[in-house]
Design a protein around this ligand. Structure first.
Ligand SMILES: *Cc1c(COP(=O)(O)O)cnc(C)c1O
Length: 493
């Protein structure tokens, strides 16, 4: 076991070598073969620039914007850039836009829900309306903030939010209506114009979650406009949109820890702040959840945006679009595979119509060939699928991906689908969350080779995914809590 607190300090070079050795077990963050978690533009020199900028400001504290004016300036510049990308700022229909830099999409969404809740203190039991395809972070926000989440079914073929059903779900207690541009799971842009109009008609705020694709969609729209292929309106140009979130650590290709939450005006933002003067220390005034905040991610984001520039992002979006088309083409060339939703943004999501070709087995076969995809469990009538988050770095990999996919599909067919003993499936379907003791889950993890020293990412996951698929969502949640809790334990040297 590696000791984080040795009796005598270890020389710097050795510590770095140890970290590098541990990093070797990780999935590859660069190279365009990991289709989730990471966003790689493959711009040479960008990592060095971001790392240097990060180091310059790592010890700057965002607690007090007057103490570190560099942080205030860079944050305001990031908010201004995000506003301009998202159809707001001088000369637009949203000239009074304001915003905050947060640590990530989840924090942006929690704050959007908090601002909406606290703007309506008279509502005793506040509610949030969102499509079932909305990011899980809305559920987390609702849970943390004591807001009831009303999830609305989506169109069964397009997976777009249904604006009529969304409108019908709004009650007098609804403080916020949310939609996605685009959704994470399928890369689908919701009908923002209709949803925002329905919310505005009854005086309710409307948040557009552009965390995922908010830095790609505007550039894809510009490219599409050149070719006469329109992507739908989703930004502050749409009347009734009151707030938008966009993660800079996704398609702005910044190091992790930066997202922007924009509000159409300062009045809408005010209830987002928390201030407290009733203690003997400094008066606390926080726009975001954290109080002490590192300037590192913000400086790195500023450097990244400034170095890539508007034209650079347009070029990266074109590369991403070409990669998406190449991947979609590769999928369509394999018998039995089918795109679950049209690949109009930065996601390629596909499923199998052939019972002999199990998507989870296919994902394992792809991983064995060095292509790391994200399996998605069946949910609400949607079949099991494979999700690919596509970034600019994927473009040069397409020629290698197509034959790898064909080969992996052939191998998956030979292996056949994962067939579990009926008793195990029955058990997965009928267990109650309370029956999942830590010991029970530890036994399961052992059985599947997911625990212990030889457990590695990239173990064959099809069996696990099949068991999870058989379990209702509540049970999936509890299983994974117990499993992750098993992994997260202190080590003692
Ligand atoms: C990633 C994502 C989020 C959450 O963002 P984190 O940065 O992971 O906290 C929210 N919404 C969408 C659509 C996302 O893709």
């Amino acid at each position: 076991m590696i000791d984080a607190l040795p009796a005598q300090g270890v020389p710097a070079q050795q510590v770095l070598a140890e970290l590098a050795a541990m990093r070797e077990a990780d999935l590859p963050t660069h190279g365009g073969r990991l289709f989730a978690y990471v966003y790689d533009p493959a711009v040479s020199g960008l990592d060095d620039l971001a790392n240097s900028a990060y180091a310059l400001s790592a010890h700057v504290n965002g607690l007090d914007p007057t103490a570190f004016p560099s942080l205030l300036m860079t944050e305001n510049a990031l908010v201004g850039a995000a506003a301009r990308v998202l159809g707001a700022g001088p000369g637009t229909t949203a000239p009074d836009v304001v915003g905050s830099v947060t640590s990530g999409g989840t924090e942006s969404l929690i704050l959007a829900v908090k601002a909406a809740r606290d703007a309506r203190p008279e509502v005793e039991k506040p509610r949030l309306v969102a499509p079932v395809t909305a990011h899980a972070a809305f559920a987390k926000a609702a849970h943390y903030l004591g807001v009831h989440l009303d999830l609305v079914p989506v169109n069964a073929t397009t997976f777009q939010a249904d604006p009529v059903a969304m409108a019908a779900a709004i009650t007098p207690d609804t403080v916020l209506v949310a939609c996605s541009a685009p959704s994470y799971a399928h890369g689908v842009v919701d009908p923002v114009t209709e949803i925002a109009a329905a919310a505005a008609a009854v005086g309710v705020r409307c948040h557009v979650d552009a965390c995922f694709g908010g830095w790609a969609l505007p550039f894809l729209r510009r490219l599409g406009a050149e070719n006469g292929e329109a992507l739908p309106d989703f930004d502050f140009g749409v009347p009734g949109v009151t707030s938008i979130s966009v993660d800079l650590h996704k398609y702005a290709y910044c190091p992790k820890g930066v997202s922007v939450l924009l509000h159409r005006d300062a009045l809408l933002r005010r209830p987002q702040y928390f201030a407290f003067a009733e203690w003997p220390g400094y008066t606390m005034i926080n726009p975001v959840i954290s109080s002490t905040r590192s300037g590192g991610p913000i400086a790195a984001a500023f450097a990244t945006l400034r170095h890539i520039g508007d034209e650079g992002y347009l070029r990266l979006a074109a590369q991403t679009r070409d990669a998406v088309r190449g991947l979609a083409q590769a999928v369509s060339e394999v018998d039995g595979l089918r795109l679950l939703a049209p690949a109009h943004t930065t996601v390629v999501c596909f499923t199998s119509d052939d019972p002999a070709l199990d998507p989870f087995v296919l994902a394992d076969e792809l991983a064995a060939r060095g292509w790391h995809t994200q399996p998605q469990l069946p949910f609400a009538g949607m079949p099991a699928s494979i999700h690919l988050t596509v970034t600019a770095s994927v473009a040069p990999q397409i020629a290698a991906f197509a034959p790898a996919l064909a080969d992996a599909a052939a191998a998956a067919r030979t292996l056949g689908p994962t067939l579990l003993p009926p008793e195990l499936l029955d058990m997965a379907a009928s267990l109650t969350p309370d029956q999942l003791t830590p010991e029970f889950v530890a036994g399961l993890a052992e059985t599947f080779g997911l625990a212990g020293d030889d457990a590695r990412p990239g173990a064959r996951m099809a069996v696990v995914n099949t068991v999870l698929s058989a379990a209702p969502p509540r049970l999936r949640e509890r299983l994974l809590i117990e499993f992750v809790s098993l992994l997260q334990h202190p080590t003692f040297a």
